[in-house]
Design a protein around this ligand. Structure first.
Ligand SMILES: Nc1ncnc2c1ncn2[C@@H]1O[C@H](COP(=O)(O)OP(=O)(O)OP(=O)(O)O)[C@@H](O)[C@H]1O
Length: 230
């Protein structure tokens, strides 16, 4: 399924004025495509992800997930759509310190619903997908920063979402670990045929993406050539 933002406008109250966080933003990402959105701090990247995740309603414009316009849905229907179709990789892994890697995924599975018997098998497969075979029973403090980010990514894939939204996945990592995480996201995008949007202020790691859009002051320009921002 694709994620499709059409002429999205989002403002925040700012004293007696309104601050425009997203200014007529349009972006469509199809299954199996890895789209980066690069821009400086405050340019609107997190706002774009929040709107794409249907966590935040735009002032105007529409957000379609798999062709379904989220603005026409009730809050409960939006939540269901998000649980079924959208995986979110937050910048901070926010792992539960007392749970092992596999338990982090199983806990997410309970939220999404599904057959309990298959919880652990699915979780185990996803941890293998992100290269954590053999580390499934470690707690967050027994994992490196890169490994915690891998658990974070695996957790976002629980339930087989069709859209993957990723916020600054390299922020806390050194260059090599950051590069490997972005490569992994590219592999997941292709192998799981998800529509992936990754926001980043870092243009260092963009070799494996299919396109780069630039964000500046809430405006998005989608011009890009084979991973190189213009
Ligand atoms: N809840 C809010 N209320 C008011 N203004 C906000 C709110 N959230 C974000 N903003 C403002 O909206 C603009 C876009 O913020 P956003 O967090 O989307 O940018 P960003 O590109 O993700 O930045 P960063 O890389 O620093 O996280 C900024 O000017 C920010 O100060």
């Amino acid at each position: 399924m694709s994620v499709d933002l059409r002429n999205v406008r989002l403002t925040y109250p700012d004293g007696d004025r309104a601050l425009t966080a997203l200014d007529e933003v349009s972006l469509r990402v199809d299954p199996g495509r890895f789209q980066a959105v690069a821009g400086p701090s405050g340019s609107g990247k997190s706002s774009l992800l929040a709107v794409a995740a249907t966590l935040q309603r735009p002032d105007s414009g529409s957000v379609l997930v798999g062709g379904v316009d989220a603005s026409g849905l009730s809050a409960a229907e939006r939540t269901r759509l998000r649980l079924d179709e959208v995986g979110i990789v937050f910048q901070q892994p926010n792992l539960v310190s007392s749970l092992t890697a596999i338990e982090q995924l199983v806990a997410m599975r309970h939220m999404r619903g599904g057959s309990p018997k298959r919880y652990r098998a699915e979780a185990s497969d996803l941890l293998a997908t992100v290269g954590l075979d053999g580390k499934q029973h470690r707690r967050p403090h027994q994992l490196s920063g890169g490994e915690r980010q891998r658990v974070n990514i695996a957790r976002a894939l629980v339930g087989g979402p069709s859209v993957l939204l990723v916020d600054e996945p390299t922020a806390a990592l050194d260059h090599d670990r950051g590069a490997r995480i972005v490569e992994l996201l590219g592999e997941i995008t292709r192998n799981h045929q998800v529509a992936t949007v990754m926001v980043t202020h870092d243009t260092e790691y963009l070799e494996s993406v299919d396109g780069v859009a630039s964000m500046r002051d809430g405006r998005l320009s989608t011009a890009s050539v084979a991973g190189v921002p213009r």
